[in-house]
Design a protein around this ligand. Structure first.
Ligand SMILES: Nc1ncnc2c1ncn2[C@@H]1O[C@H](COP(=O)(O)OP(=O)(O)OP(=O)(O)O)[C@@H](O)[C@H]1O
Ligand SMILES: [Mg+2]
Length: 311
C-alpha cells in the first residue's frame, strides 16, 4: 500500500556473517562464510515494512566504492532510493559465531562524511521529506557528522515531518533526543544510559519514560528483550510480554519491533493493538536468522500468544 513513509540510515553497513568453531586471537582462523548482507538499522526496518506490503523511501549515506550490494537489495525490495553516494566505502561489520554460540563483532570503520556532503544531505533530505508523513531515523552516526549538527537536522526534520520514529544508542541517542522525536524505542540499557541511573524495576523504567514524555516526546516504547516491551504515553501505558521463543538470533529484534510499530500506527491501530502487533513481529524475528517477515500467517498466530497488561 502507498503510505508516505521513509527510513533513514546515516551509517549503514555490510554484515559479513561467518562461523568459526573457536576464534584464536593472533593466529590464522578459517571461517565459513554464511552471508554478506547489505544492512543497517533503518534498512532492516525497511525490509520489515516491505514484507508488510508498505511501499517506502530509504535514505542516508552510502560509499561509492561498494554500493552494488545495496542497489541490488533496494531493487529487490522495490523501495525508492534516496541514499546519497559519497567518496569511500560503506563499512563492513564482521560477526563471527563460535561453536558455543558466542558472537564476536568486529566493526570496521567506513567513509567519512565531509561538511559539504552533510550540507548537501541536509538540503536534499529536507526537500524530499516534505512528501513523507512518518520517518524512522535509526542507528549510529558516521565519522564526520557532529552530534550538534545531527540535533539541528532532527529539529528541522521535525518541522516538516513531525512523526519521527527514532532508534539509536549512546551519544547519538542523546543528541537525537534533544529534538524530542515523536516516538522512541530505546531498550532498557539505552534508557538507563540516558537517565544516568540503573532501572531495575518496571515502575522505575516507567518513571524514566515519563521524564522524556514531560520533555516533549509523545511515545516512549522501551524494549526489554525476552521480557517484552513497555509503551508509555502521557495518558496510557501497556506492557506486552512475548511467549517463550526458540531463539535463533536476536540481532535486529529491535528493528523488527520498530517496523511493526510503524505498521500498526500507519494502519491506524490503537496503541495497545500496535504494541501487540509489533511484539509478534519481533518475537518471530528472534526465531529466524535475519530480519523480515517470511510468513504473514505466523505473525497472526503469534498475536494471540502475546500477553498484554495495562502498565
Ligand atoms: N528472546 C526473545 N523472545 C521473544 N521476544 C523477544 C526476545 N528478544 C527480543 N524480543 C522481542 O523483540 C523486542 C526488541 O528486542 P530488544 O529489547 O532485544 O531490542 P534491542 O536491544 O533494541 O535490539 P537490537 O539489537 O535490534 O537493537 C522485545 O521488546 C521483544 O518484544
Ligand atoms: Mg536496538
Amino acid at each position: 500500500m502507498a503510505y508516505r513513509v521513509a527510513t533513514i540510515t546515516l551509517n549503514p553497513a555490510y554484515d559479513l556473517l561467518g562461523f568459526c568453531p573457536k576464534v584464536e586471537l593472533g593466529d590464522v582462523n578459517l571461517v565459513q562464510t554464511n552471508a554478506l548482507l547489505a544492512a543497517g538499522k533503518g534498512i532492516n526496518v525497511a525490509k520489515v515494512l516491505t514484507d508488510l506490503d508498505v511501499k517506502l523511501t530509504v535514505g542516508g549515506f552510502l560509499g561509492k566504492e561498494n554500493r552494488d550490494g545495496f542497489d541490488l537489495l533496494f531493487e529487490s525490495l522495490g523501495v525508492i532510493d534516496k541514499f546519497q553516494t559519497i567518496e569511500g566505502q560503506t563499512r563492513i561489520n564482521v560477526k563471527l559465531t563460535e561453536q558455543n554460540s558466542e558472537v564476536t563483532d568486529l566493526n570496521f570503520s567506513g567513509f567519512t562524511v565531509s561538511d559539504q556532503d552533510w550540507q548537501k544531505f541536509v538540503t536534499s533530505s529536507l526537500e524530499w521529506l516534505k512528501d513523507i508523513d512518518m520517518v524512522a531515523i535509526s542507528g549510529s552516526l558516521p565519522a564526520g557528522v557532529s552530534f550538534s549538527n545531527f540535533t539541528k537536522w532532527m529539529e528541522q526534520v521535525k518541522k516538516i515531518c513531525p512523526k519521527i520514529v527514532f532508534d539509536s544508542s549512546r551519544e547519538a541517542l542523546v543528541a537525537g533526543l534533544k529534538a524530542n522525536p515523536w516516538l522512541i524505542k530505546p531498550n532498557d540499557k539505552e534508557l538507563e544510559m540516558w537517565v544516568g541511573r540503573k532501572l531495575p524495576t518496571l515502575p522505575e523504567i516507567k518513571a524514566a519514560a515519563m521524564e522524556l514524555i514531560n520533555g516533549g516526546v509523545e511515545n516512549v516504547v522501551i524494549s526489554l528483550g525476552s521480557k517484552g516491551a513497555l509503551w508509555v504515553t502521557k495518558n496510557e501505558a501497556w506492557l506486552a510480554k512475548p511467549p517463550k521463543c526458540k531463539v535463533i538470533s536476536t540481532v535486529g529484534a529491535g528493528d523488527s519491533m520498530v517496523g511493526g510499530l510503524m505498521y500498526g500506527l500507519l494502519t491506524n491501530q490503537s496503541i495497545k493493538d500496535t504494541l501487540i502487533f509489533a511484539s509478534s513481529v519481533a518475537a518471530l524475528s528472534v526465531e529466524q536468522a535475519g530480519v523480515g517477515i517470511s510468513d504473514r500467517q505466523a505473525v497472526n498466530n503469534m498475536l494471540e500468544k502475546i500477553e498484554i497488561i495495562a502498565g
